[in-house]
Design a protein around this ligand. Structure first.
Ligand code: ATP
Ligand SMILES: Cc1cn([C@H]2C[C@H](O)[C@@H](COP(=O)(O)O)O2)c(=O)[nH]c1=O
Length: 209
């Protein structure tokens, strides 16, 4: 059976994921590849609706476990409706955030525990993991400054967390990269955009060979 490939792009706020992902998708499409660009939470109608509940700045009363479960629910629907069918037909799926976001944000930064968050996600994903994950590493000071300078980028409920939360997000990601070095590749996303783009493209080309 024809099988595609699943790649995720991760990183703290303002790491430059969307900017570089757009360029990679264009590059691969120019080479005639079947590419699906998507994001979490979101990517399909039901998951976009869940996204607007999670990220709504007015939902300040949201419990941390509720938040984790909503991300997992959006993930499940997105996988079955969009990601799995695309992989089955042989496409390259490039997803802006996946399970590592839940482990870093809800597991580590919110303090729910990475193992606990991994277990609710195991139910949601049925064990499905990306073949490659690019972790765009950036300090919260640099990332948050970028998003506040970026006109038109709405500031959401998670962005409004304090600096210590965002430092823990980065710390969580780096712990994950150390634990799963075979899948997660760290890219210095404080470097200029062209460097980050070329580094990311090179890693993706390697797994496509
Ligand atoms: N390497 C870079 N150096 C400087 N600025 C950058 C770089 N990459 C992206 N930017 C700028 O930083 C801002 C945030 O980038 P982008 O939206 O791509 O980040 P993101 O990782 O998708 O953010 P988030 O997940 O928080 O929405 C944009 O204004 C973008 O132009
Ligand atoms: C998938 C996922 C995401 N988050 C957080 C990370 C960001 O603050 C928002 C998504 O916004 P973006 O502009 O699309 O990056 O949600 C999270 O906390 N847990 C997750 O599993």
């Amino acid at each position: 059976m024809k099988k595609g490939i699943f790649i995720s792009i991760e990183g703290p706020e303002g790491a430059g994921k969307t900017t570089v992902l757009n360029r990679i998708v264009q590059e691969l499409k120019n080479r005639g590849k079947d590419v699906v660009q998507t994001r979490e939470p979101g990517g399909i109608a039901i998951a976009e609706q869940i996204r607007s509940v999670i990220l709504n700045k007015e939902n300040t009363a949201m419990d941390a476990r509720t938040e984790a479960l909503l991300y997992a629910a959006a993930r499940r629907q997105h996988l079955v409706e969009k990601v799995i069918p695309a992989i089955e037909r042989g496409a390259i799926v490039l997803c802006d955030r996946f399970i590592d976001s839940s482990l870093a944000y809800q597991g580590h930064a919110r303090g729910l525990g990475m193992n606990e968050v991994a277990s609710i996600n195991a139910f949601a994903t049925d064990g499905m993991m990306p073949k490659l994950t690019l972790l765009f590493d950036v300090s919260p000071e640099v990332g948050l400054a970028r998003i506040h300078q970026h006109d038109g980028r709405e500031v959401n409920r998670l962005d409004l967390e304090g600096l210590s939360f965002h430092k823990k997000v980065r710390e969580g990601y780096l712990m994950l990269a150390e634990r799963d070095a075979g899948r997660i590749v760290v890219i210095d996303a404080e470097k200029e955009e062209e460097f980050v783009f070329q580094a990311a493209l090179a890693k993706i080309k390697k797994v496509l060979l």
